[in-house]
Design a protein around this ligand. Structure first.
Ligand code: SF4
Ligand code: SF4
Length: 485
């Protein structure tokens, strides 16, 4: 390793590329996915270096899982078994360490580096194999591949053991490795010389400091500390919470993988309609112009015919509804799409230290959603949500989330939220206006939710209560949930 050089993990550079603010002091945010990965890695390590009979070595290794609940223990045992099938013993000589491949560059008179790491090294007389352990669905990033390509020796080969896919694959080398590395060093240079403010987006769901960065302000102004537990509740989990806490907590706190992904034609149509409507409406001062439908048609030229017809119909209904409900068209100004809005509530609850010992402490619960469109109408903040399903009681909670988030972030009391439905019943716009008298009630409603979330035991996925009901048929865990049979 090069001494005296500031090194960045590639994972951190990717996060910085999304939002400079993401690299700062964090809360104690339990990361179940990483905890499980660590436990599986430790078990593999123990098994690899244990010369006892395999049954004994496996049993000893699995003792690492004993601190987890039954569900997570089962998931870890399965991942461990998959590894043993991918790389059965006997193996060549195994070394267990965090091996690094590095690249360095001089930035502003200082030497800066980036590295990617590997968990296992298998050596025999004339070759070395390095293995990167992956337990999730993500592939190796281009920057990791580029660093390997630029720094490898002839006798070295690099693999990914992607447990969930039962796959041991050689890591391929991009043709433009140097370009990729230069691009990532440029990200570091920008970060070091021109630090930017918070840039919210989907990446906020993977961030460990939403309660500290200012984008999701703390309702009572309390300073969130690094020893507090942080948790982020997405809009979907917020809405599921009232039906079944287990469902919401398995997504938000314990990162239990979904049993299946919904990628129906309807879901795809919904996504495409959102994309095109956002493209049409953001920074457009001619939203109601006569040529706009033609502009949408040309944007849609490469879409499948069925989607094209549906999107054109929905967009026409959306514009008709906006037209009916907006009297001062010149004051409508839509500036952003997919913009993270929300707030943080602090409560007393259970905190897990880094080693997963539990104690009483403060819990910062950040409620956050990606607002479809954000702008101003008559000078006040306006949030627009595009709905392709039917009206639901949840829409009020969603409107309250955005209204309070916008009020706190933009320091404005008057906030308007439009839900625009385009479904089998045609188009409909439901406006909701919020003023300074509304926020106390909204805060109380969310405090009640935060109180319950703060009491979830981060070390036990089976601790949040479950409630069986009609909603189970839409739940992500119909197979995993032992109560739903
Ligand atoms: S929560 Fe989002 S906006 Fe805040 S620091 Fe993290 S990535 Fe940036
Ligand atoms: S299947 Fe039903 S009870 Fe089980 S987690 Fe899902 S919603 Fe809750």
């Amino acid at each position: 390793m090069n001494q005296g050089i500031d090194f960045y993990k590639t994972y951190d550079v990717i996060k910085i590329s999304q939002c400079h603010e993401s690299n700062g002091t964090k809360t104690l945010t339990p990361n179940s996915r990483l905890d499980r990965w660590n436990a599986v890695h430790e078990a593999i390590t123990s098994w690899l270096i244990n010369d006892a009979d395999d049954d004994v070595a496996v049993k000893v290794a699995e003792q690492r899982f004993q601190y987890h609940d039954a569900l997570q223990k089962k998931m870890m045992s399965e991942l461990f078994e998959r590894f043993r099938k991918l790389l059965p013993k006997p193996l060549p000589e195994v070394n267990i360490d965090y091996f690094r491949k590095e690249v360095t560059k001089k930035i502003n008179d200082s030497e800066v580096g980036m590295y990617t790491s590997f968990q296992y090294e298998l050596t025999d007389n004339d070759s070395i194999e390095y293995i990167k352990l992956k337990a999730g669905v993500t592939d190796v990033n281009d920057i990791d591949k580029a660093i390997i390509a630029q720094s490898k020796f002839d006798d070295e080969t690099f693999y990914t053991a992607q447990l969930i896919k039962d796959d041991l694959t050689e890591i391929d080398e991009p043709s433009n490795s140097q370009e990729i590395i230069d691009e990532y060093f440029k990200i570091i240079e920008d970060y070091e010389t021109n630090r930017k403010k918070a840039e919210p987006g989907l990446h906020c769901y993977m961030c460990e400091r939403p309660s500290k960065c200012g984008q999701y302000p703390v309702v009572n102004g309390e300073e969130v500390k690094s020893k507090d537990r942080g948790i982020l509740i997405s809009k979907t989990n917020l809405l599921n919470l009232e039906n079944c806490e287990r469902w919401a907590s398995w997504r938000a706190q314990y990162a239990i993988p979904k049993d299946f992904e919904n990628d129906s034609d309807e879901a795809q149509l919904g996504r495409r309609y959102h994309d095109f409507a956002q493209k049409m409406l953001v920074d457009n001062n001619n939203i109601f112009g006569p040529d706009e439908p033609k502009r949408l048609e040309s944007l849609l030229e490469n879409e499948e015919e069925l989607f094209k017809i549906q999107i054109l119909k929905k967009y026409k209904e959306l514009i008709e509804e906006l037209d009916k409900n907006i009297s001062d068209k010149d004051s409508l100004d839509i500036k952003l799409s997919e913009y993270g809005l929300g707030f943080t509530i602090t409560e007393d609850g259970i905190v897990a230290n880094r080693n997963m010992t539990l104690r009483d402490g403060r819990v910062a619960v950040t409620f956050m959603g990606q607002a479809d469109l954000v702008g101003r109408y008559e000078g006040n903040p306006l949030i627009i949500e595009l709905k392709t399903g039917r009206e639901s009681q949840n829409d009020l909670t969603e409107a309250e989330l955005y209204a309070l988030g916008a009020k706190l972030l933009l320091n404005a009391d008057e906030v308007t939220v439009f839900h625009i439905y385009t479904n089998q019943d045609g188009g409909k716009l439901k406006p909701r206006s919020f003023g300074k008298d509304d926020y106390d009630t909204i805060i109380k409603k969310f405090q009640n939710k935060a109180e319950r979330i703060a009491k979830w035991n981060p070390a036990d996925a089976m601790s949040p209560k479950f409630t069986i009901g009609d909603w189970c048929s839409n739940c992500d865990y119909q197979t995993t949930c032992p109560e739903y049979r």
